[in-house]
Design a protein around this ligand. Sequence first.
Ligand code: MN3
Length: 201
Amino acid sequence: MAFELPALPYASNALEPHFDQMTMEIHHGKHHNAYVTNLNNAVKGTALESMSLVDICKNISQYAPAVRNNGGGHYNHSLFWSTIAPNAGGAPTGAVADAITKAFGTYDAFKEQFTAAATTRFGSGWAWLVVVNGELKITSTPNQDNPLMDVADVKGTPILGLDVWEHAYYLKYQNRRPDYIAAFYNVINWTEVNNLFAAAK
Ligand code: MN3
């Protein structure tokens, strides 16, 4: 029952020109794959082997740093690949659109706050849109932490995440993290975000 690297749900060049093919291939095939391998090594022979990643995250403070870093890495990237897509992006749809209006006022105001969270996360980490008691909040976490974790400042169910580690953008955008963040809005898979929102409420 080892953890497994999920296949990308689209071709590695499908998100061009926003997210480039080489970055997608290295990010998924090397970085994410390494988190899966290292997670499996960290849980081998322990009770964690048969637990869900979500349950592991919820009690992460009880486990070794290798479980936190690689379990978080596996969860975060799996969510990331599923919530971006080709022929996507733009304004949100469905119940998430309504919830964004309710929580932030407008889609532009949401973008402003999410961009700020992603831009100001110092060093490596993630920006998140999370569901807390049925409502949307924006937060960020360091390294491979996420809002499911008992160590997170803002706890909730993530329905959208943006990886702001340099490995996510350096090949195409070099030091220009803001350009990478701006490109992200062209690939958000609002259909899947709505699915996650419905499941989280
Ligand atoms: Mn990454």
